[in-house]
Design a protein around this ligand. Structure first.
Ligand SMILES: [Zn+2]
Length: 472
């Protein structure tokens, strides 16, 4: 798969460059030595993984300073923007000619906690074992941060003329909400991002089968909205020896049961239909025919079990509600006067929060249960008819002929939402094959990235940026 040139400049390109340097035409750069770049990225990531940026408390400033020091070696100056004590963003910009608007390379510096006793190799070792680089954050998402950084270094070194600025932005706090990271940037320094058209972040990758072979390149163009609700029932308290049919607990349980029993209410959005159509091509048997015409399949009760067996894909087809928190009572023999439950609802683009709340009210048929909104983030899909999306498709065609590029609506959310709110077209795409085993290590134990995956990622990211930002 590796298409590597050992030399930075081929003689032909040197001659061509010299010939064109006297004119006004823009010069496209030679193919970089991707092998050396991949080796360099591996070393940089190894050092980066040794810096413990677990949230809480984060201490991401150490990570930000490390990234700034790497950029500085190539003459790229960074700003360290402190968001809270010990916590900081790193922001750097590679200047283009300003013909087009900038691309932001967004990555978070913080990582989730790791319990060293559960890991095969220490979570902050940054060591290579069996061709894989180990450490908390290798996949989520220090690895992607270094792929972006190395791609930026390659652009700088090649001297290629850019129509767009490339902005590198590392942020703290993503894993706990982003208020002191991406949210802080949006609130305090929108001027640093106001000329950006695109953003590339984590959010999806190249889905691989169990043998590591690519199935499709998934570009997260939208994340579902989040609506967190608290339902509270109030009623008469009493002695548990004399049951009250309409106690707060009984009424709440009946209401929740109705929500659970309501089952999935499917809505197939056009980009989601396209997603399933593409994915059907890499599936077999009944799954293939089911996905090929998903809009019809969701109406067929005999296909329900199969559709619902994939929790990720089926979540793209409907609003979901997970019962997460329940509180009531303090003593076994006392009927409590109040009971509450919290629902984490993930909502497709196009719905308002009032529509969802109305559905809950109608379903529970319980006017005396109070519904409070704890959190509401509306889904903000990004357009996929863009130069950047086209560039990803072109690179996929070069790198992995026959493997489709597919827009993905994901049920979780990342820091992309802060920037979509600023009107920036944001894609979650890590150009690395990720199989189920590696996926499970994110936020789990033994997180690691195959060195080949990291190195392929650098090459692909560089190509995507060159195509979408390089002067034509
Ligand atoms: Zn992440």
């Amino acid at each position: 798969m590796l298409r590597v040139r050992k030399r930075w400049w081929s003689p032909v390109v040197i001659a061509l460059s010299l010939a064109l340097s006297v004119g006004t035409l823009s010069v496209s750069a030679a193919t970089p030595d991707y092998q050396s770049a991949g080796d360099e990225a591996t070393k940089i990531l190894s050092e980066y993984l040794k810096i413990d940026t677990t949230v809480p408390p984060g201490n991401e400033q150490k990570g930000a300073e490390y990234l700034a020091s790497v950029l500085k070696k190539d003459g790229i100056e960074s700003q360290i923007l402190e968001t809270a004590p010990g916590r900081a963003c790193v922001y750097a910009r590679l200047k283009g000619n300003g013909k087009k608007k900038a691309i932001v390379l967004l990555n978070h510096i913080d990582v989730v906690p790791a319990n060293a006793a559960d890991w095969k190799h220490p979570p902050f070792c940054g060591e290579i074992h069996d061709g894989e680089l180990w450490g908390r954050g290798a996949l989520d998402m220090k690895g992607m941060g270094i792929i972006q950084l190395e791609a930026m270094l390659l652009l700088k070194r090649s001297g290629i003329s850019l129509d767009r600025d490339i902005i590198f932005l590392g942020t703290p706090d993503e894993e706990v909400g982003g208020i002191y990271g991406a949210g802080w940037m949006k609130k305090n320094h929108p001027e640093l991002l106001k000329d950006a058209e695109f953003l590339i972040n984590e959010g999806f990758s190249i889905e691989a089968d169990d043998s590591g072979k690519a199935k499709y390149w998934g570009v997260n163009f939208a994340e579902k909205g989040a609506l967190w609700l608290e339902l509270t029932a109030k009623g008469q308290a009493g002695h548990a020896s004399m049951p009250l049919t309409d106690s707060a607990t009984n009424r709440l349980v009946r209401a929740l049961y109705k929500i659970e029993k309501a089952g999935p209410n499917f809505k197939v959005l056009p980009p989601v239909e396209e997603y399933f159509k593409n994915v059907s091509k890499v599936e077999n048997g009944e799954l293939q025919s089911t996905y090929a015409n998903i809009a019809e399949s969701v109406k067929d009760p005999s296909k329900l079990k199969l559709i619902m067996s994939d929790v990720l894909k089926s979540s793209m087809l409907r609003n979901t509600m997970s019962l997460t928190v329940m509180k009531a009572g303090y003593k076994t023999n006392v009927i409590p006067g109040e009971a509450t439950a919290q629902l984490d609802c993930r909502i497709l683009p196009g719905y308002t929060k009032d529509e969802v709340i109305d559905w809950v009210k109608k379903t529970i048929e319980e006017p005396n249960i109070d519904i409070k909104v704890l959190e509401w983030e509306q889904a903000q899909p990004s357009n996929i008819d863009t130069e950047l999306y086209k560039s990803i498709k072109e690179v996929a065609a070069e790198e992995a002929p026959g493997i489709p590029v597919v827009p993905v609506l994901v049920p979780w959310f990342t820091d992309s939402h802060w920037f979509r709110e600023l009107g920036i077209t944001a894609y979650g795409f890590e150009p690395v094959e990720t199989d189920r085993v590696h996926m499970a290590t994110m936020h789990g134990v033994d997180e690691r990235i195959p060195v080949k995956g990291l190195q392929d990622g650098v090459r692909r990211m560089h190509k995507i940026l060159e195509k979408s930002a390089g002067s034509k």
